[in-house]
Design a protein around this ligand. Structure first.
Ligand code: FAD
Ligand code: UDP
Length: 382
């Protein structure tokens, strides 16, 4: 009945389904545990008529023309440049740390000296990861690096990951580098925009095809069975010989055979405020205060007239199987080794393809996973 089965209707699963259905004219069954499509990018209107992102703020940005052009087949865009402030020493200042932040936090003469040092060392319009800046020998740059590390990265990372910045892969903190320049935007990619009618609508448009059947509210374990001896996959007790594209958790797929892969989860607390506007920017980070990491106000992202406003506070916590949602794979050497064991085991199933943030245990942004899915599609069909 089906040529392909896909577990998960996030970007990984939906791009694959769309390509297979349209380009190859093959039949696809998508199995999704939640009661909606879109994975963690799902958005919907709340009781105040404000479009909210149910699983945390999702801002689309990419420098990849192909990805942007592919998604443009399914949505129109509203240009949007995300801005973030951080609450530091009682002031809300621009993040990533840049020259504007420098002048807001330091006396003018000191800021000028530090600006000159940074320009001399790195040049204008460059980006420096904090862990790299911390390696500087120059006394002034050392002082600055220590300040940024202490005030912006140390406590935020402790809340978000339960670790020190040095204990996690350097690429994680490098996502928010120090900017040697005056660009206040959170991202500097060439294409920065939001789907005009929301992410969910974009997914609906992708999956609208007679070759695609969607089974919501279904855990893959209810319909699929993995024969570990024979290395075969069964759908409703019948051997399935087509390809299975799996975008869920790889450790769950194999019954935690090599132990659990750790993830960070979030307790996402939405609040309605009886004011038209709650804060100055879409997101305000709180590295050193409170137990949440950041507050996002959705009206800044999707402007709408309303006397009320909706905000979201993110409280990081460890992931516990069956109790909360695995949002972030934790990037350490030890976890990568464990992942490799699962990956090697999975290779024995000839018709299994692993794809996505959970199945590949990678910190993919939306554009990364769309790109990866398009590449995997080419690989599978070439
Ligand atoms: P997912 O979206 O997680 O989809 C996987 C799907 O598989 C889910 O729908 C899940 O329900 C389903 N599934 C899992 N297990 C099973 C099972 N057992 N049976 C059936 N179905 C199952 N990226 C950006 O580019 N910009 C941002 O601003 C941004 N902000 C983010 C904020 C947060 C808080 C988080 C957590 C992520 C953010 N991302 C952002 C990343 C973005 O969410 C991911 O890149 C994207 O969702 C990955 O898509 P995916 O299909 O791999 O995974
Ligand atoms: N980070 C930080 N302070 C900040 C912002 C980010 O320490 O104010 C660090 C933190 O470790 C975080 C990482 O940089 O997990 C990446 O931040 P990003 O905003 O990209 O995280 P995401 O939006 O994916 O949660």
């Amino acid at each position: 009945m089906f040529d392909y089965i896909i577990v998960g209707a996030g970007f990984a699963g939906s791009v694959m389904a769309e390509r297979i259905a349209r380009k190859c004219d093959k039949k696809v069954l998508i199995i999704e545990r939640r009661n909606h499509i879109g994975g963690n990018c799902y958005d919907c209107k709340d009781e105040n008529g404000i479009l909210i992102h149910k699983y945390g703020p999702h801002l689309f940005h990419t420098s990849d023309k192909e990805v942007f052009s592919y998604l443009s087949d399914f949505t129109q865009w509203d240009e949007y440049h995300h801005k973030v402030l951080a609450f530091i020493d009682g002031k809300k200042v621009p993040i990533p740390f840049n020259f504007n932040t420098l002048y807001e936090l330091f006396p003018h003469s000191l800021a000028e000296r530090l600006e000159q040092k940074l320009l001399g060392r790195y040049g204008y319009n460059t980006k420096v990861p904090i862990l790299e800046l911390k390696q500087e020998d120059d006394e002034d740059l050392k002082f600055l690096a220590e300040f940024i590390y202490e005030k912006i990265f140390k406590n935020y990372t402790a809340k978000q990951w339960g670790m020190k910045p040095e204990e996690i892969d350097a690429a994680v903190t490098a996502r928010v580098p120090v900017y040697i320049g005056r660009d206040d935007r959170y991202f500097t990619d060439r294409y920065q925009a939001l789907p005009k009618s929301g992410y969910t609508k974009l997914f609906e448009n992708m999956l609208q095809h007679p070759n695609i059947k969607l089974m919501l509210n279904t855990d893959f374990k209810e319909v699929l069975h993995f024969d570990k001896e024979g290395k075969k996959i069964h759908l409703f007790n019948q051997e399935f010989r087509g390809k299975l594209i799996f975008t869920g958790m790889i450790d769950e797929l194999f019954d935690f055979e090599y132990g659990e892969l750790p993830y960070r989860s979030l307790d996402l607390k939405f609040e309605t405020k009886d004011v038209e506007q709650f804060q100055e920017a879409a997101t305000v980070n709180y590295p050193n205060d409170y137990d949440f990491t950041r507050i996002t106000e959705f009206k800044h992202i999707h402007p709408v007239k309303s006397k009320r406003t909706t905000i979201l506070k993110e409280y990081p916590q460890p992931y516990r199987v069956g109790q909360n949602t695995p949002y972030y794979p934790i990037f350490t050497e030890e976890n990568q080794k464990k992942y490799q064991k699962y990956f090697i085991y999975a290779k024995q199933f000839e018709n299994l393809v692993l794809l996505g943030r959970l199945a590949e245990y990678r910190y993919y942004d939306m554009d990364d996973i769309v790109k990866r899915a398009l590449e995997v599609f080419e690989e599978v069909f070439s």
